[in-house]
Design a protein around this ligand. Sequence first.
Ligand SMILES: Nc1ncnc2c1ncn2[C@@H]1O[C@H](COP(=O)(O)OP(=O)(O)OP(=O)(O)O)[C@@H](O)[C@H]1O
Ligand SMILES: [Mg+2]
Length: 221
Amino acid sequence: MSESALLRISGLGRDYDRGGVRALHDVSFSAEQGQTVALIGPSGCGKSTLLSLIGLLDRPDRGRIEVAGIDLATVRRGPEFRARQIGFVFQFHHMVPTMTLQENVEAPMVALGVPRAERRDRAAELLARMDLGSRAGFLPTHVSGGERQRAAVARALVNRPALVLADEPTGNLDSVNGERVMALLVHHARSQRALLLVATHNPQIAAAMDRRIELRDGAQV
Ligand SMILES: Nc1ncnc2c1ncn2[C@@H]1O[C@H](COP(=O)(O)OP(=O)(O)OP(=O)(O)O)[C@@H](O)[C@H]1O
Ligand SMILES: [Mg+2]
């Protein structure tokens, strides 16, 4: 494995006890800063499970994950580590419904103690870049699905994370909005030298990434 890998995974395994499902089995790979990587494979092969483990939303039963040289098993303040290092985009946006787009985008900066004025400026600037300037004060339910997903991307990128995890980020969008969301994510990876890991069923998206990692029945193909 390369010394400069931002993400290193070795012997990773996760079982879901109820039903005895072995969701991930002996997954090992590493990936570098600035790379775009597609995570592919049929439904149920373990893509979301893998992203949840890397994103500290779940803990593995076996193996090890390192992000920027830090073993995730040693991380005590998960939410703070995630806010600093990792941006997560879900298939369904997971925006807080009672907060405006602007407030949703500011939320990860609150976790890091960014001063209020700076939060406001950074969120507004990012929303404007995503063509959402006129929607910043709206609630997520009062904008379109594409606008909501672009705001979710803004929220994921606002702390300039070194690692961006996206789980079917375009699964719910038409092709124009899907391309837009992917372009924003890839631009972040290229301009910030971040690592982008995208779980996708879309062959065109997979083909456009630098690398593809394929899973089947929880194991690497
Ligand atoms: N919370 C859970 N409890 C029990 N089993 C689960 C749980 N989450 C996922 N699984 C099982 O683990 C396996 C991997 O699921 P996962 O959601 O990671 O697949 P996926 O590749 O993301 O699929 P899709 O493409 O449909 O999103 C599947 O067999 C699934 O049924
Ligand atoms: Mg999934």
